[in-house]
Design a protein around this ligand. Structure first.
Ligand SMILES: C[S@@+](CC[C@H](N)C(=O)[O-])C[C@H]1O[C@@H](n2cnc3c(N)ncnc32)[C@H](O)[C@@H]1O
Length: 239
């Protein structure tokens, strides 16, 4: 565990009731494992894997961060971290998993009132209604979830199957910088996605780094920034 201050989010409202033990257990240890936190003396502390990712990802943030959107927020740590940055006026996390969203709601006790929102929403729904969320966000995270937007997942079979459509929606919800690190080769995606690819007659040429980044380039200036774990990471600056 890390106790360095930036990886730690302290509870801002001591009057909020304690977190439900089941939700606390989910926050501490569940899939995805790289998103787990410890609750210690009324603070959320990123576990080792999340702390390392935190460092790598936040180094790519524009300075200062004025608003942040995580389009697959899981347990919400990056949204929570953004919400406690004084420069960040709004932070939004969307996801489709009820357990994760319950954990996100519990995390809200650690955050200044009204800075962070977590909501069950799909990307196209957010793009359609972005005005209702204060307009496009300055900074947006698309980490470890692009394949689910593209092919669907065991959590939802809804999918877009089109790089251009996804990057167009990302441009609608983000007018600054998208930070993007995902499985971009068909042989690296989860079984569900592989099966979906087969059902839809996709071969590796359609789902690849090259095709995705070519589509992204219409809306963003694409820059490779090294690796996040064993996956490449890019910054996409809105055109
Ligand atoms: C592997 S986890 C990655 C979580 C987080 N972005 C990270 O990197 O730690 C994938 C997340 O994407 C979410 N997800 C899957 N399909 C989604 C969709 N269509 N819209 C939003 N979130 C989705 C899952 O519920 C899960 O929380």
């Amino acid at each position: 565990m890390f106790f360095v201050r930036r990886y730690k989010i302290e509870r801002t409202d001591p009057d909020t009731p304690a977190i439900d033990p089941e939700v606390a257990a989910h926050l501490a240890d569940s899939y995805p494992h790289n998103h787990n936190v410890e609750i210690v003396s009324d603070a959320l502390i990123a576990k080792r894997k999340l702390a390392a990712r935190y460092k790598r990802i936040t180094r790519l943030y524009p300075e200062p961060v004025s608003s942040l959107l995580d389009v697959s927020c899981s347990k919400g740590f990056f949204v929570a971290d953004a919400a406690v940055r004084p420069s960040c006026k709004r932070a939004l996390g969307i996801d489709i998993d009820d357990n994760d969203l319950r954990a996100c709601e519990a995390i809200k006790a650690f955050l200044p009132a009204d800075r962070a929102r977590f909501i069950k929403l799909q990307l196209h729904e957010l793009a359609e209604r972005i005005g209702g969320f204060g307009g496009p966000f300055q900074t947006s995270l698309v980490i470890n979830s692009y394949q689910y937007f593209y092919f669907g997942s065991s959590r939802s079979s809804d999918c877009y199957l089109d790089h251009r459509e996804i990057f167009h929606m990302l441009r609608q919800v983000c007018d600054g910088r998208v930070i993007f690190s995902n499985r971009m080769e068909l042989n690296r995606v989860q079984t569900y996605c592989k099966q979906a690819a087969e059902r839809h007659g996709h071969d590796e040429r359609r789902y690849s780094t090259e095709t995705a980044m070519a589509a992204a380039s219409e809306f963003f200036e694409v820059t490779r920034q090294g690796k996040l774990g064993n996956l490449p990471i890019w910054t996409l600056n809105a055109r």
